[in-house]
Design a protein around this ligand. Structure first.
Ligand SMILES: Cc1cc2nc3c(=O)[nH]c(=O)nc-3n(C[C@H](O)[C@H](O)[C@H](O)COP(=O)(O)OP(=O)(O)OC[C@H]3O[C@@H](n4cnc5c(N)ncnc54)[C@H](O)[C@@H]3O)c2cc1C
Ligand SMILES: NC(=O)c1ccc[n+]([C@@H]2O[C@H](COP(=O)([O-])OP(=O)(O)OC[C@H]3O[C@@H](n4cnc5c(N)ncnc54)[C@H](O)[C@@H]3O)[C@@H](O)[C@H]2O)c1
Length: 451
């Protein structure tokens, strides 16, 4: 017999967990369903533990920068504290008891299992059937995508999940994919002494970002001894006795570990979206500005294809929860989505790239400045690589996109995100006073170079 509740949240990623908690606290009867861990990819296999690895790797890199700036240092990397921190502080040994209790403490009911939509208002999970009075919220996220390279499916490759859980540093690592995951993890492992090769099929690292970002990262990786092969065509993969062998462009590359970081995949068919009249073969669900994909059905997070970032999941979750509660949330806007790849230098960007702005037919002016030649970059010296790039819609006199690469590129991005989000006139940005000698003062230089 179906259990009648107000809301069912299928998948408890960051936005789903927050929305389910908010709805339960507001007094609705809420069932949260997750097949794996409450909180989703970010706390257990993504943002949080990967940034712990990166923080540790960056501290090693800073240690190496002592030479030439402040004397000498004897750096001996040790992965053990990183693995321990990830196990105990980040993931509770991949145990979500605290998150489950946080939700049930707000009055929610948690069901561990795979949720399937069986009708416009019904969901099944763990042998139970739920009928909703108000809403179904879909926050099922993504799974690592594995490309159809001959032999790959038969070898014990890592995805981000195994890489994050590594208790020992691999002697050598081949990373397939030089996107956000591949670039971040490649550099983190390399800084602990792993010999790393990155194979990227596109003509640059981080292909959706400005080409200057991919070029900069390739230069830095080269300086750090990371082998980067762009335009890579992997013919096949073999594995024998602890060694992976990849045939790439006529030569054979070997390593003790192989990380597949080639994007993400979804499975709307298995979720049962056909029962809602939606296309089960589609890759993403396309919500309206209040996150509805059908009457009484909301979708949030990576599954919406609006940017696979925790901040998008949280943003959309808050809108969906407010709408379900009958409030009038501001419609979702995506013209100023910020993103930061936490390599060193960090690569931050917001809004449109130059190429996207030109594709949209805008009258584009671009301002570019090299961070290393700014006052702060020059005095920072070692580790000062970076740039600011601004993309202006010259007809409206506002920035529609910007990129900020550098030691604190993600933090400098905040000013640029505000400018794009609030459509602040370029004239106003030019009249602003930029503190000397900050990294963000380079924004003023880039503004003066708009042409
Ligand atoms: C290595 C890595 C690093 C990252 N770093 C960052 C970062 O620094 N910053 C950032 O903003 N983003 C980062 N991301 C992306 C970020 O993790 C995701 O965008 C974020 O988790 C939001 O995803 P989501 O809300 O769609 O759900 P997810 O986090 O993907 O969670 C979905 C949940 O749904 C569950 N589920 C799926 N199907 C079902 C079903 N049928 N029934 C029940 N449960 C189901 C899953 O078990 C999972 O718990 C990173 C990702 C990775 C992999
Ligand atoms: N700091 C962050 O915010 C952060 C960090 C990690 C991940 N993420 C999110 O997670 C998503 C997934 O990350 P990802 O790195 O897996 O995906 P991605 O789409 O960012 O990068 C995948 C890369 O793999 C390449 N590729 C695909 N097939 C290939 C093949 N056969 N051979 C060689 N290269 C191939 C693609 O050209 C692409 O550059 C990202 O899009 C991002 O939104 C965010």
């Amino acid at each position: 017999m179906a259990e009648i509740v107000d809301v069912v949240v299928i998948g408890m990623g960051p936005g789903g967990e927050a929305a389910a908690g908010e709805l339960a606290e507001a007094g609705l009867s809420v069932v949260g369903i997750d097949a794996r861990l409450v909180g989703g990819e970010c706390p257990y296999y993504g943002c949080i533990p990967s940034k712990m690895m990166i923080r540790a790797g960056n501290s090693l890199a800073e240690g190496h920068r002592i030479r030439g700036l402040a004397g000498d240092a004897d750096i001996r990397p040790d992965w053990a504290p990183v693995a321990e921190r990830i196990r105990t502080e980040a993931t509770d040994n991949w145990d979500d008891t605290v998150a489950v209790e946080r939700f049930t403490g707000k009055g929610g009911q948690f069901v561990r299992g795979r949720g399937t939509i069986t009708g416009p208002r019904t969901v099944t999970a763990a042998g139970r059937e739920f009928t909703v009075r108000r809403a179904i919220v879909i926050n099922t996220g993504t799974e690592p995508a594995v490309p159809p390279i001959p032999g790959l499916a038969d070898v014990p490759y890592w995805t981000n999940r195994e890489a994050i859980a590594a208790t020992e540093i691999p002697e050598s690592l081949i990373v397939i994919g030089g996107g956000a995951i591949g670039a971040e993890l490649a550099q983190a492992f390399a800084r602990f002494g792993t010999r790393v090769t990155v194979l990227e099929a596109a003509p640059s690292l981080l292909p959706p970002e400005e080409p200057e970002a991919g070029k900069l990262l390739a230069e830095v990786f080269d300086e750090e001894g990371i082998d980067v092969q762009i335009g890579a065509r992997i013919e096949n993969v073999h594995y024998s006795e602890g060694t992976f062998a990849l045939n790439v462009g006529g030569s054979t590359l070997t390593a003790s570990r192989l990380l597949v970081a080639t994007g993400r995949t979804t499975n709307l068919g298995a979720l049962g979206v056909a029962a809602l009249g939606l296309d089960p073969a589609a890759r993403f669900l396309t919500p309206d500005t209040h996150m509805r994909v059908a009457d009484g059905v909301y979708a949030i997070g990576d599954i919406t294809g609006k940017g696979a970032f925790t901040h998008i999941s949280m943003y959309q979750g808050a809108i969906a929860a407010a709408h379900i509660l009958g409030r009038e949330p501001e419609p979702a806007q995506y013209h100023a989505v910020p993103r930061v790849t936490f390599t060193d230098p960090e690569i931050g960007s917001v809004g449109l790239s130059e190429a996207q702005a030109r594709e949209e037919g805008l009258n584009v002016r671009v301002g570019f400045t090299d961070l290393a030649t700014s006052a702060r970059g020059w005095l920072h010296k070692s580790g000062n690589q970076g740039f600011i790039k601004l993309v202006e819609d010259a007809d409206r006199g506002v920035l529609v996109g910007a990129a900020s690469a550098g030691p604190t590129g993600g933090e400098v991005l905040s000013a640029l995100t505000l400018a794009v989000h609030a459509r602040i006139p370029v004239g106003t940005l030019r009249r602003m006073i930029y503190a000397y000698p900050t990294f963000h003062r380079a924004i003023e230089d880039a503004l003066n170079r708009l042409e």
